[in-house]
Design a protein around this ligand. Structure first.
Ligand code: GDP
Length: 170
């Protein structure tokens, strides 16, 4: 799971933890952030990557986060799916597109998860979904349909949970 700081990653992880019995097993230190590793009851692992929204704080930190994430991903190897979290209230950000290309260039299957759907009305939800579908259709190796979720009201959690289970257990 990856996403910019403040995208709603911790909140989503907390909700997912309830349905997938996650228990944190390791923390990997970075300069300003940590990647957390969670063990899933039946033997899989769930990796929470450091946020990548540090561009505005300084190039070194951005490079640092990416280097840590790259090392981790290479070391862990067998990653069944990357969930890329993006904020529903923002237009598609360059940093999200860069993250998407980066994960795809490593050969990781990616699903885009649009967070905080409760902040949008139906029409706005469809718009952001369509905007992302247009981007995703240009990228092979990625799920064409983004998953719209809210950690606040639980919308989309069943779909996301099913995606996580499918990725872990086939
Ligand atoms: P992280 O930095 O990506 O781990 O983000 P957090 O989970 O800490 O959330 C950042 C902020 O967004 C907090 O104020 C949360 O309460 C809020 N937030 C997270 N998820 C949702 C959501 O689904 N709906 C709404 N309305 N707010 C959310």
């Amino acid at each position: 799971m990856a996403g910019r700081s403040n995208v709603g990653k911790s909140s989503l992880l907390n909700r997912l933890a309830r349905s997938h019995h996650l228990a944190r097993t390791g923390r990997m230190p970075g300069k300003t952030t940590l990647a957390n590793l969670y063990e899933i009851g039946t033997g899989g692992y769930f990796l929470d990557l450091p946020g990548y929204g540090y561009m505005q704080r300084g190039r070194d930190e951005a490079t640092d986060s990416r280097a840590i994430a790259g090392r981790l991903l290479r070391r862990l190897g067998n990653i069944s799916r990357m969930l890329l979290l993006v904020d529903s209230r923002r237009d598609i950000l360059e940093s999200d597109l860069q993250a998407l290309s980066w994960f795809l260039s490593m050969g990781l299957p990616v699903s885009v998860v649009i967070t905080k759907s409760d902040k949008l009305n139906r029409q706005e939800q469809s718009r952001i979904k369509m905007d992302w579908m247009a981007v995703l259709s240009r990228n092979p190796g990625v799920d064409l349909t983004p998953i719209l979720v809210s950690s606040k009201n639980g919308d989309g959690m069943d779909l996301l949970s099913a995606k996580v289970s499918e990725s872990l257990y086939g």
